[in-house]
Design a protein around this ligand. Structure first.
Ligand SMILES: *[C@@H]1O[C@H](CO)[C@@H](O)[C@H](O)[C@H]1NC(C)=O
Ligand SMILES: *[C@@H]1O[C@H](CO)[C@@H](O)[C@H](O)[C@H]1NC(C)=O
Ligand SMILES: *[C@@H]1O[C@H](CO)[C@@H](O)[C@H](O)[C@H]1NC(C)=O
Ligand SMILES: *[C@@H]1O[C@H](CO)[C@@H](O)[C@H](O)[C@H]1NC(C)=O
Ligand SMILES: *[C@@H]1O[C@H](CO)[C@@H](O)[C@H](O)[C@H]1NC(C)=O
Ligand SMILES: *[C@@H]1O[C@H](CO)[C@@H](O)[C@H](O)[C@H]1NC(C)=O
Length: 732
C-alpha cells in the first residue's frame, strides 16, 4: 500500500506541474519533389476512352490508426469526463490514389476514422510521405475525418480544441500520422490500371436537421427547391481493376458520427466506421480479419454541420419537462441545455450506431452494384492556404470583411447531440490543469471585433488569444481535387446543409461557365478536411445563432468568403492556371505545445500473479446471443497500441486441435474494457467481452488477451505479455 500511495502522489504531482514539451525531435523536412518521375507508373496506352479501356491507375489502401484507447479524452463533445476506457472497434485510414497514366498526375484522398483531419496531421503526413514517396506532391493530398466523436483527442496545434484533452497528446497524433502514411504507401504499392464509376442515390431516414429553426431562416424560395432540410444524397465511386475486379468503394453522405453519445467511453468509428467494416467484410469474405483485406470501403464525411443521426429527435431527459421535446428554438429544457438529448432510432446508442450504419451500407451496396457511369478525363488539383481572418468578401450581394476568430455563447451551449460541457462559465480554478493555465489569457473583444461578429455575442475572443499559442486557425486549407468529371471540394470545417448546397452549386456553376463540365459533372464536398476550423453556416442561419452559428468562427461573411474563394480555385483549375500557395500555417512540431496528460507510471500485478493471468474465466458453455466475458490481469493499453495487431482474439478450435482466430478487437462483436483496480492503482484488469452473433459456428472456443506492461524499476521498460482463457463451448 505504501508503494501505491507513493505512486498516487507521483501521478498527481506530474499532472499538476509537468509541462511536457511534446515536440518530437524535428526531422528534416524535405520539400515535396515535383512529380518528375511520372513515367514511373505511366502506362504507354492512351487509346480512346471506353468502359473496357482502363482510364487511370488506381490504388487503394487501409491501415490501423487506433490511438491510445484509455485515459485520453475523446475528440468531439469536449466532455471532460469522456475519457477512453477501452475499445469497441479499431480506427482505420482508408486511401484512394487515382493517377493519370499519361501525365503521371495523381490525387491522394484519405478518409480517416478520426473526428477530423487537422493541420498538424496533414503537415506531418506530408513530411513523412516526402521521405518515402519522393515524386508525391503535397498539394495533391487530401485528408478528411469521418467525424466520429468516440476516438482520442489531442492532435491539434490550436488551444481551443485541446482544453478537455489536457493539451497536446503525442500518442494520438503519432498513431494517426503513421497509420495514414502506411495506408498511402499501401495504396501506392497497389496502383494498377483500372476504372472508376460514379453513382448517386437517395437515403432517407438516416439523418435529421438538429437546428431546423436556423435552416428556416434561409430564403423560402431557396428552401422550396429542396424536399428535405438535410441532404439525402449519397455520392459513390466504385473502383475496379482492368478486368473489372472490385478494388474499392468511396462514398460521401452527410450525417454526424454522433450515434454514440458523450457517455460512451469505448473507442469507436461510430456509424460510418461500422458501415465501412460491414462493407469490407462482405467484399473480402468473412474469413478475412478486419483491416487486412484487399477491398477498401470508405464512408467519408461531407456537409454534416447541422445533420444528426439521432433521428428520433431531441427530448428532455430530466426536470419538469422530462419526456417532452426540447424547445424548438433554443433546445432548452426548463431553461437548461444539459437535459436536452437527441435519441437515435435504436434501443440504445450502440444499437442506433448499428442501424444508421446499416442504412448507409444498404444504400452504398445498391449504388455500388448499379454504378455504371464511367469517370473519365483529367486528373488535377489545387491547394491554397488562405488567411481567413480578414478576407475582403464581395459575393452574393454582400460585402465586407471576415473577422479574426471568436466563438459565441451558443458554442458553449453545445448541441442536442451533446450538451455543452466546456465549463467555460466556471471560475478561474478548475480541476483541469490545462484550463487553469490557458484561462488566464482570456481576452476582451474590442468594439471592432464585436461589430464584425454581430449578431454573435462573443464568449471567447479566440482571434486575439495567442498565448500560450494560437487558439484557433488563422490560416486554413482550401483544396479541390479533380478526377475526370468528379470535383472534390475539400473544406476545412463543418458546413451546414444549406451552406454545402450553395457551395456545390457555386463551384458547379463556375465549372460549367468555364466549360470544364456539363450538367452531368459531379461536385461533392469532402468535410472536415486538412484543417479544422469549426462550423460554417449560411449568412441567414448565422443570424439565428444556434450552436452552428455561434461556432462559425470568422463572422457572418465566413460562408460567402468561402464561396468566393472556392469558385476562384475552380476557375483557375478549369483554365489550367496555377495559384499562389498562400501564407504558411504554423508547424507546431518545431515549438513546444502544452501537455498535461499524465504518462503511464507503471503497471503491477498482485503477488503470485503474472500479467495475462485470468482473473475471471468464462463459463463452460454459451448459446448464440449470449455474452462471454473473460477478465485478465493487465498493463495499461497505452504502453503499446498493438497497431495492425489486436489486444484480443476469439479463437475457435479446429479439427486438428489447433486454434484459429475468428475475431479481433477490430470486430463489432467484441469489446475490450480496461480499468485500474482503483484510481491511481498500478494494477489493472482487461475485460474481454464477446457478444456471440447469430450465425456463429457452434464449437469450442477460447479468448486471448494481448498487452504490454511498464516496469518502473527497469526505467520504464515495456514488455509484452499475453493470456489465454480456458476453453468453452458455443451451442446454436
Ligand atoms: C446516451 O445514450 C444512452 C443510451 O445508450 C442514454 O441512456 C443516455 O441518456 C444518453 N445520454 C446522453 C447524455 O446523450
Ligand atoms: C439499380 O438498377 C436496377 C435496374 O436498373 C433498378 O431497378 C434499381 O432501382 C437500381 N437501384 C439503385 C439504387 O439505383
Ligand atoms: C482588415 O484589413 C483592412 C484593410 O484591408 C484594415 O483596414 C483592417 O483594420 C483589418 N482588420 C483587422 C481586424 O485586422
Ligand atoms: C443580387 O442583387 C440583384 C439585384 O437586386 C439580384 O437580381 C440578384 O438576384 C441578387 N443575387 C443574389 C445571389 O442574391
Ligand atoms: C483559486 O486558487 C487560488 C490559489 O491558486 C486561491 O487563492 C483562490 O482563493 C481560489 N479561488 C477559488 C474561487 O477557489
Ligand atoms: C500488418 O499485418 C499484416 C498481417 O496481419 C502483415 O502482413 C503486414 O505486413 C502488416 N503491415 C505492416 C505495415 O506492418
Amino acid at each position: 500500500m505504501m508503494r501505491l500511495a507513493l505512486l498516487a502522489t507521483l501521478c498527481s504531482v506530474i499532472a499538476a506541474v509537468a509541462i511536457v514539451v511534446a515536440a518530437a525531435p524535428a526531422s528534416p523536412v524535405s520539400p515535396a519533389a515535383p512529380s518528375a518521375s511520372a513515367s514511373a507508373f505511366a502506362s504507354a496506352s492512351a487509346s480512346a476512352p471506353d468502359a473496357a479501356t482502363p482510364q487511370y491507375l488506381i490504388g487503394a489502401g487501409i491501415y490501423d490508426i487506433t490511438g491510445p484507447i484509455v485515459d485520453v479524452n475523446f475528440m468531439g463533445y469536449a466532455a471532460p469526463a469522456q475519457t477512453g476506457r477501452g475499445l469497441h472497434f479499431r480506427q482505420y485510414a482508408r486511401t484512394l490514389i487515382v493517377q493519370d497514366p499519361t501525365t503521371g498526375k495523381r490525387v491522394i484522398y484519405v478518409s480517416a476514422d478520426a473526428c477530423m483531419a487537422t493541420q498538424i496531421m496533414r503537415l506531418q503526413v506530408s513530411q513523412k510521405l516526402a521521405a518515402v514517396l519522393p515524386d508525391y506532391e503535397e498539394a495533391s493530398l487530401c485528408i478528411s475525418g469521418i467525424h466520429t466523436h468516440s476516438t482520442p483527442a489531442g492532435f491539434f496545434q490550436y488551444v481551443l480544441f485541446q482544453i478537455t484533452s489536457l493539451g497536446f497528446v503525442k500518442e494520438t497524433l503519432d498513431a494517426y500520422v503513421d497509420g495514414i502514411v502506411a495506408s498511402i504507401v499501401q495504396a501506392h504499392g497497389n496502383l494498377q490500371p483500372g476504372n472508376l464509376f460514379v453513382n448517386q442515390g437517395e437515403l432517407v431516414g438516416a439523418n435529421i436537421n438538429r437546428s431546423p429553426s436556423a435552416y428556416l431562416n434561409n430564403p423560402a424560395a431557396e428552401r422550396a427547391k429542396y424536399q428535405y432540410d438535410t441532404d439525402t444524397n449519397m455520392v459513390l465511386l466504385k473502383a475496379v481493376d482492368a478486368n473489372n475486379n472490385d478494388l474499392a468503394m468511396f462514398n460521401w453522405f452527410a450525417v454526424h458520427c454522433t450515434s454514440m453519445n458523450n457517455t460512451n467511453r469505448l473507442v469507436s468509428g461510430d456509424n460510418k466506421g461500422h458501415a465501412s467494416y460491414l462493407f469490407e467484410k462482405q467484399m473480402n469474405g468473412k474469413a478475412t480479419l478486419p483491416g487486412k483485406g484487399k477491398f477498401v470501403a470508405a464512408f467519408a464525411q461531407t456537409n454534416s454541420g447541422d445533420v444528426s443521426p439521432n433521428t428520433a429527435g431531441a427530448f428532455c431527459i430530466s426536470g419538469k419537462d422530462a419526456g417532452k421535446p426540447c424547445d424548438f428554438y433554443t433546445s432548452l429544457c426548463d431553461g437548461r441545455s444539459e437535459p436536452c438529448v437527441g435519441f437515435g432510432p435504436g434501443k440504445d446508442m450502440t444499437d442506433s450506431t448499428r442501424i444508421i450504419a446499416e442504412k448507409q451500407l444498404a444504400t452504398a451496396q445498391a449504388l455500388y452494384a448499379n454504378a455504371s457511369t464511367l469517370v473519365q478525363g483529367a486528373i488535377d488539383y489545387r491547394h491554397v492556404y488562405l488567411d481567413i481572418t480578414n478576407l475582403t468578401v464581395n459575393y452574393n450581394n454582400r460585402s465586407g470583411q471576415t473577422c479574426p476568430p471568436a466563438m459565441g455563447y451558443a458554442f458553449a451551449a453545445g448541441t442536442t447531440d451533446g450538451a455543452g460541457a466546456f465549463n467555460f462559465y466556471q471560475g478561474e480554478n478548475s480541476s483541469n490543469p490545462f484550463w487553469n493555465v490557458v484561462s488566464g489569457f482570456l481576452s476582451k473583444p474590442s468594439s471592432e471585433q464585436i461589430a464584425c461578429h454581430a449578431p454573435k455575442p462573443i464568449l471567447l475572443n479566440t482571434g486575439y488569444l495567442n498565448k500560450p499559442y494560437a487558439w484557433q486557425a488563422s490560416i486554413v486549407d482550401l483544396q479541390i481535387l479533380r478526377v475526370g468529371q468528379i470535383f472534390i471540394v475539400a473544406i476545412p470545417s463543418e458546413f451546414t446543409t444549406m451552406a454545402g448546397r450553395r457551395l456545390r452549386d457555386a463551384v458547379k456553376q463556375a465549372l460549367i461557365e468555364e466549360g470544364a463540365i456539363d450538367q452531368n459533372g459531379v461536385v461533392l464536398i469532402s468535410g472536415l478536411s486538412n484543417t479544422y476550423s469549426d462550423y460554417v453556416t449560411t449568412f441567414e442561419e448565422y443570424q439565428v445563432q444556434r450552436y452552428e452559428g455561434g461556432s462559425t468562427a470568422y463572422g457572418p461573411l465566413t460562408h460567402d468568403g468561402y464561396l468566393q474563394e472556392f469558385t476562384k480555385i475552380a476557375r483557375a483549375m478549369a483554365r489550367n492556371q496555377p495559384l499562389p500557395p498562400g501564407p504558411n500555417p504554423p508547424d507546431m512540431d518545431d515549438s513546444a505545445q502544452f501537455s498535461f496528460l499524465p504518462p503511464v507510471i507503471e503497471d503491477a500485478v498482485p503477488l503470485g500473479k503474472k500479467f495475462g493471468d485470468v482473473v475471471t474465466e468464462p463459463a463452460a458453455s454459451y448459446s448464440v446471443g449470449a455474452s462471454v466475458q473473460a477478465v485478465f490481469w493487465s498493463g495499461c493499453p497505452r504502453n503499446d497500441l498493438y497497431t495492425n495487431e489486436s489486444y484480443l482474439t476469439v479463437e475457435q478450435q479446429q479439427a486438428d486441435g489447433s486454434f484459429a482466430v475468428v475475431l479481433t478487437d477490430a470486430d463489432w462483436d467484441t469489446v475490450l474494457e480496461w480499468k485500474r483496480t482503483f484510481t491511481e492503482s498500478p494494477e489493472s484488469h482487461a475485460t474481454v467481452v464477446w457478444n456471440i452473433a447469430a450465425g456463429t459456428a457452434p464449437g469450442v472456443y477460447r479468448i486471448r488477451h494481448f498487452g504490454a506492461h511498464k516496469n518502473i524499476l527497469e526505467l520504464g521498460k515495456i514488455t509484452r505479455y499475453s493470456g489465454t482463457s480456458r476453453t468453452f463451448v458455443v451451442t446454436a
